[in-house]
Write a protein that binds this ligand. Sequence first.
Ligand SMILES: [Zn+2]
Length: 406
Amino acid sequence: MDDKKLIQITLGVPSPWFVKSVELNTSEERVDIYFDFIKGSEFACPICNKPCKIHDTKERSWKHLPLFHYESYIHARVPRTKCEEHGTKIVDIPWSRSDTGFTSLFEADVVALCKEMPVASVAERAKIHEESAWRILAYHVNKALKHVDLSQLDTIGIDEIAVKKGHKYITLFYDIKNAKVIHIEVGKGKDTIKKFKDTISKKINPEQIKYIAMDMSPAFISGASEYFPTAKIVFDKFHVICMMNGTIDDIRRKEYKTNKTLGKTRFIWLKNPENLSNKEKKKLHSMKDLDIKTAKAYQFKLALQRLWLVKDLAAARNYLNKWYFWAAHSKIEEIVKLAETVHKHSYGILEAIRTGLDNSIAEGLNNKIKTVVKRSYGFKTVKYRNTMIYLVAGKLELSSGLPTQC
Ligand SMILES: [Zn+2]
């Protein structure tokens, strides 16, 4: 078999295209493959698909996957059709999308690698500029996003995360049942919820959203009530305990000023008891019954966590009322304040218990996203931050539209 035929078959070049010549440059470790088309061929107008005569052609090149560790490039003269109705148009070519200097197989490889390693490493390995790798990734992520199916979406989660020091935030919208990020907005205000609604309204009726899980941010509550008036607001366990942990941490930090035994105990009070190391357990055991505010606040947390073990709604309501009464009389200023907040939002906490809505998957995704965002602190621009978040947390069908053979 000659080399042209070998390449023709392995690349799966369809008629009227054929491999005209192959040039091997051993000193540069490079292969250049020249495609051509059969003389007199007609090509489909890219708009109406009608077979048309060729108006003219333009030389183009695409970087392809390495062949036996040699960098490879495809070259061809790409025709423009002259359609009676649509005028002159560049034809669709089977091995690449328009406006890219890479073959579809090459792009598929870049996208697959970006799931596994940092984009800069992918670019280095593929011997392309990092910006090119980002552009390929962003194109395929955006394309896949357009095809995300929201038809069954009825429960969403909203979360804000800091993306820069100096209080810059983005708001993430989750499809909780499928544990994936479906939308990202800059900021953490009420308007992010309006923008989310406007976006999903292009695909679904927003009234199909039945539950919205979130923290107790007044902006989110107000936005959800205004833009999703038929949805129920749910304050899930993760967010309630997060708030409780924030309060414990405040108390500990203040108390540490006069009680140095609280030094290096931060995570002991914040972690769940079952996640503590033996050393931490011993430390906790020696401190948890002390007459200090931090230890008392910790007891309020354990008691609040037990609320989620109560499965009967009436019993849960009763339990929460008792907890509120106890916490409101704790004489610890921060706990009293927290008790009032919990009491005011008990409708949404009880809704979480009634529906059994669990946001722990989003919590896991959140950690993944935070890692990505932290990495993006160093980016010259943040333009690919969303691309990266969707890549790690969007569960996108990135391979759809990308070939296994060109
Ligand atoms: Zn046409």
